[in-house]
Design a binder for this molecule. Structure first.
Ligand SMILES: *Cc1c(COP(=O)(O)O)cnc(C)c1O
Length: 366
């Protein structure tokens, strides 16, 4: 079976982890600080504040905005549930705008139309490894006096006009086990704002600036050195791993672009895609349905994934939630019925990629 994702943690990772383990100091310390320095550099920002997971990163980024009950955060309906859960955890009201099917990301014009006089934060998601049209969101945030929080969980190092995801507003990244870079569980918040970075560091550590000086009611959001050690060697090799993902994506596009009823993903002008997922759309013109394709791929030994099978608010829990404001999002509603992600990760061999291509072509009669 060719898995949809696969992690390679080599001897360098073992050595780094062992070093921390043997030091006897395994909680947050100098290795987390080094991770923060290096990730800030990768993203091209002044500060990176490591936290225990990507959901926490989003929650903390919102918590330092001093939101009041009734304040709204507008986001994408086509995302992982963590985006929505973070908004609710921070006490805000979640509202939604439609996406574009060319990049699966929040549409800036639809986002502007969804703003109300209670909107405080715009939270686009850079889905699958490609950024939103970032310039439109920075312009919108500036024009309307809003905070821009970027859910960058899937887009480490992805760029828009040469600038990285997480450098346009407050960036929130995940280092969960299946992400492009991983600490098992982990997160980071990126910002150029000295004040925000300072507040995040205090919040992360029980609201404590110096020992027993509690500046705010905080939390324990800390990452450990043991976890940070896992990612340092991955940072050394990240550019090469992204290049492997790009090569795999190029081969998949080449092999699948003429299949009737299949829409292959593309990297839009001015953006560098880091191919966290390679997501195709199976339209009604295809020989079989999306779900049939998934079943037959499994039989052919090709792993796939549906990210995401429903709109994020389209569950009983959220439909009846007093702080979730559902709206009409026709593009996203169509896209959830069509998407399927195929393996694109760096551990695929050339033969693996060809097997994926041939299997899809055969099932769809191309
Ligand atoms: C993974 C992910 C998160 C949450 O990150 P965790 O580290 O799993 O908490 C948030 N948003 C998106 C889009 C994600 O893919």
């Amino acid at each position: 079976m060719i898995p949809i994702s696969s992690v390679e943690l080599g001897p360098e990772v073992e050595a780094e982890v062992l070093k921390v383990l043997r030091s006897g100091m395994i909680a947050q310390g100098p290795v987390v600080a080094e991770f923060e320095r290096r990730f800030a550099k990768l993203t091209g920002v002044k500060h990176a504040v490591a936290v225990n997971n990507g959901t926490t990163a989003l929650v903390a980024a919102l918590q330092v905005q001093d939101l009041e009950p009734g304040d709204e955060v507008v986001t994408s309906p086509f995302t992982f549930v963590a985006t929505l859960n973070a908004i609710l955890e921070a006490g805000a009201t979640a509202t939604f705008a439609d996406i574009r099917d060319e990049d699966f990301n929040l549409d800036p014009a639809a986002t502007e139309a969804a703003l109300t006089d209670r909107t405080r934060v715009v939270m686009p998601v850079h889905l699958y490894g490609q950024t939103v049209e970032a310039s439109a969101f920075t312009a919108l945030a500036e024009r309307r006096g809003l905070v821009l929080v970027e859910d960058s969980a899937q887009s480490h190092g992805a760029t828009f006009e040469g600038r990285a995801a997480g450098s346009f507003g407050i960036g929130c990244f995940s280092f969960y086990g299946t992400k492009n870079l991983t600490t098992g569980e982990g997160g980071i918040i990126t910002t150029d704002d000295d004040g925000i970075a300072d507040r995040l560091r205090v919040l992360r550590n029980q609201g404590m600036r110096a020992r027993y000086q509690y500046e705010v009611a905080g939390h324990n959001y800390r990452l450990t050195d043991l976890q940070a050690a896992v990612v340092l060697p991955q940072l050394d090799r990240y550019a090469a791993k992204v290049a492997d993902r790009r090569a795999n994506a190029a081969a998949l596009i080449e092999g699948l672009q003429d299949v009737p009823g299949l829409v292959v993903p593309r990297q839009l002008a001015g953006r560098e895609h880091v191919w966290h997922q390679f997501t195709v759309r199976v339209t009604t013109d295809a020989a079989v349905s999306r779900d049939e394709l998934v079943a037959r791929l499994t039989e052919a030994g090709v792993g796939s994934g549906i990210y995401y099978p429903k709109l994020v608010f389209d569950y009983e829990t959220y439909r009846n939630h007093p702080r979730v404001r559902i709206s009409d999002v026709p593009v996203a509603a169509q896209v959830v019925t069509e998407v399927v992600s195929l393996p694109v990760h760096p551990r695929l061999s050339g033969d693996d990629v060809q097997h994926v291509v041939e299997s899809v072509r055969k099932i769809l009669g191309a």
